[in-house]
Design a protein around this ligand. Structure first.
Ligand SMILES: [Zn+2]
Ligand SMILES: [Zn+2]
Length: 349
């Protein structure tokens, strides 16, 4: 039988079996490796990738930016050039900075009862998401919005619907949208944890989380100055939105008093909250793994650098090595005054 000759060749040998390489484990971003992440909001003036170097130079290993002018409606499609976005991603990989947080435009109000403003807000928020995806950002922070007709419930539904409309057709990938708690100024939604929870619940199909701002917490009546006050606040956050959904903490001291409902950020330790409270927040076990991002004012040159350094100090951790070296180099050099013989004579006289 002619087939006999081939029998040996077709015999099963386990070693001939195709063994594909095991799939690599999903890449864990460096910033999720467990080390402390301290960031600051930096300017995108010049080219947007420079914002990464600014944060890095200030001693931050995380950062927040606006991806376009925060107080203007962007004209046209408001997209970044692909070269700018690629440069940003490449530089970010080099600096190993993360998370990268984008703060949304201040004009966006998904709860606006004015149909034109609401439509514009949905479109602008859509553009925010597109730019955040293009930049490879981890989080997009949004203020929930303000209702103007006295009905918070209707506002919450409008926000949830607006978020869904803005995200329609987009693949968000690892990007998460974070709703920021507000100070409760005017008719803004989001100073109550219940309101944040209601929006999260109404958008269960979207990758949503929460960003907690310390100055807004304090202005909305949460006394985070003491250990007990912080515990009560975190317990209520857990009960409403669940702490695992809190990804970013905005670290701002407050110019205004407890419960003032007025949002005025102050340098860490110079406001009504005080440094001790920030030290407790940085080391609280229920907040470990979060990114702590400063949005403090720059009243004097170097304020940003001082606030970053103070957070590292309050956390009991050294500044990242590269920055510590730069800080020494930036310290004023010792000036040697050389006097000419004529000047020496004048001084003696
Ligand atoms: Zn904000
Ligand atoms: Zn904030």
């Amino acid at each position: 039988m002619p087939n006999e000759r081939y029998r040996a060749a077709v015999e099963y040998d386990a070693s001939d079996e195709y063994h594909p390489e095991p799939a690599p484990p999903p890449e864990v971003p460096l910033w999720k490796s467990g080390g402390l992440r301290i960031g600051i909001h930096t300017s995108i003036a010049g080219d947007i990738a420079q914002s990464l170097d600014r944060a890095n130079d200030l001693g931050a290993n995380a950062m927040q930016i606006f991806s376009a002018s925060p107080r203007m409606w962007s004209r046209g499609i408001g997209r970044l050039g692909p070269a700018d976005a690629e440069l940003f991603r490449a530089r970010r990989r080099e600096l190993q900075l993360g998370p990268v947080v984008i703060h949304g435009n201040y004009l966006i109000n998904l709860a606006s009862p004015n149909p034109v403003l609401r439509a514009r807000s949905v479109q602008a928020f859509h553009q925010e998401i597109v730019r955040a995806i293009d930049l490879g950002a981890d989080f997009l922070v949004a203020h929930p919005g303000s209702f103007c007709d006295g009905r918070a419930g209707a506002g919450i539904l409008a926000i949830a619907q607006g978020l869904r409309q803005a995200a329609r057709g987009l693949k968000l990938g690892p990007l998460k949208i974070l709703l920021e708690n507000t100070a409760g100024q005017g008719s803004s939604i989001g100073s109550k944890f219940e309101e944040l929870k209601a929006i999260l619940d109404a958008c269960a199909d979207l990758p949503l989380g929460v960003c907690i701002d310390t100055a807004h917490l304090f202005a909305s009546g949460w006394d985070i100055r003491t250990a007990e006050g912080l515990d009560v606040t975190l317990r209520e956050l857990e009960r409403n939105v669940r702490l695992e959904r809190v990804a970013v903490v905005h670290m701002n001291d407050s110019k205004t008093a407890l419960g003032s409902r007025v949002d005025r950020h102050e340098h860490i330790g110079k406001g009504k909250i005080g440094s001790e409270a920030f030290a407790r927040i940085l080391s609280h076990p229920l907040l470990s793994g979060r990114a702590f991002i400063l949005e403090t004012p720059i009243d004097k040159p170097g304020d940003d650098r001082r606030n970053v350094a103070l957070l590292w100090k309050l956390a009991g951790k050294p500044l990242p090595a590269s920055t510590a070296a730069k800080n020494i180099a930036k310290a004023a050099p010792i000036r040697r005054v050389r006097r000419t013989p004529a000047k020496r004579a004048a001084k003696r006289a």
